[in-house]
Ligand binder design. Structure first.
Ligand SMILES: *[C@@H]1O[C@H](CO)[C@@H](O)[C@H](O)[C@H]1NC(C)=O
Ligand SMILES: *[C@@H]1O[C@H](CO)[C@@H](O)[C@H](O)[C@H]1NC(C)=O
Length: 345
């Protein structure tokens, strides 16, 4: 075939043929093979194959590391937080501000590091999941999102040195593969003291370490440590008749950073991450009240595609236990057991 451009693939030929017939349809085939229409047809075909082999097309099917121009959707992040997180005005505000600011900063000076604190069931896991989903569509299932559980990944105290080496290797490897990797450390309070300091070099203000920049990565620490301090402040507000929403970050952030620094079981005890101010935000999760538990229950029922029956909501909420003993305003387990309790009803 005379008109086949050198190097044209079988695919291009297959695409060119119908085009050629369409262009040259009414004419005799011999006349149709004039150079201009052949040129157009080949051009169109290569544009198409160009698109088919472009990252945009490829990444619609295979997960790709987000590029500079892929900005997470701030509206969607806010919507998710509004829909799934209850009673946490501070966490909502801080997370939204921190994530949006970080991903829109063309030149961050260090990776984003968030430390989430509060009792179980207050929404820390939800928030890390929402953040992960906002950065990587597949969320926790993404190959660029890494979840570490202290009791699962780093269980033995005598192997701390091994874990430190491993952790450094993993973070280096994963950030090399994708600059916008997300690392989530759950159960920080069960982490061996000192282990987390192994990642300090990556969290610092270095442009590069051995040719790799860690400045676009996100590190999230989850911890029950500080829950008691947060509860105390929240309870004090309640006792003095002030609205929970009046609590500001400045009422809690310093208390938290000092509290976990001095707490042997916080995973951040005497940690150089705090010493060197490498944690960008301490995010407090307040203990949840009866009305917040009800919100969780309604959301859970809706997420199963059922319509909300208030008598069921009431029944599930009444199954929960509340503290402190004298006033009983905060749910012991936050919203943690809501799911299984909804199953039951
Ligand atoms: C961002 O998310 C909102 C809410 O989900 C959606 O309406 C909007 O189209 C999204 N914007 C982009 C650019 O994807
Ligand atoms: C990335 O981290 C995971 C742990 O989440 C680890 O198993 C894997 O080996 C790391 N990848 C690289 C290339 O280091």
């Amino acid at each position: 075939m005379r008109w086949a451009a050198p190097g044209a693939s079988a695919m291009q030929l297959a695409l060119v043929l119908p085009l050629l017939l369409a262009v040259g349809g009414p004419l005799r085939l011999g006349a149709a093979l004039e150079p201009i229409s052949v040129g157009i047809a080949i051009g169109a075909a290569s544009a198409l194959t160009g698109y088919l082999s472009s990252p945009r097309f490829y990444c619609a099917f295979v997960e790709c590391c987000p590029q500079e121009q892929d900005r997470p959707n701030a509206t969607a992040l806010k919507l998710s937080l509004d829909e799934k997180l209850f009673g946490q005005h501070l966490a909502k505000e801080v997370i939204l501000k921190a994530i949006t600011g970080f991903v829109n900063n063309p030149n961050p000076k260090k990776p984003l590091t968030l430390s989430l604190h509060g009792w179980a069931g207050t929404g820390k896991n939800f928030v890390s999941q929402i953040v992960a989903e906002n950065i990587h569509r597949a969320g926790l299932k993404s190959k660029y999102v890494h979840l570490f559980l202290a009791t699962l990944h780093f269980p033995h105290d005598h192997q701390v040195q091994l874990y430190k080496d491993q952790l450094q290797k993993w973070i280096r490897g994963n950030v090399t593969a994708c600059a916008r990797s997300v690392f989530i450390f759950d159960e920080m309070d069960k982490l061996h003291p000192g282990l987390i300091d192994a990642i300090k070099p990556f969290l610092d203000y270095y442009e590069q370490i051995d040719g790799i920049s860690y400045r676009r990565a996100i590190f999230i620490f989850l911890s029950n440590a500080g829950g008691d301090l947060i509860t105390k402040v929240t309870l004090d507000f309640w006792k003095s008749g002030r609205a929970r929403e009046e609590i500001q970050l400045k009422d809690l952030e310093p208390v938290l950073s000092i509290g976990v620094f001095n707490n042997k079981n916080s995973g951040l005890w005497h940690s150089s991450l705090i010493d060197r101010n490498l944690i960008d935000y301490f995010v407090p999760f307040l203990p949840l009240e009866y009305k917040h538990v009800k919100m969780c229950i309604r959301a859970e029922i809706k997420s199963r595609g059922n319509s909300v029956d208030e008598s069921v909501v009431q029944k599930v909420a009444d199954e929960m236990t509340f503290f402190p003993k004298d006033v009983r305003i905060y749910s012991d387990k936050g919203c943690k057991t809501v799911q299984t309790k909804v199953d039951f009803f």
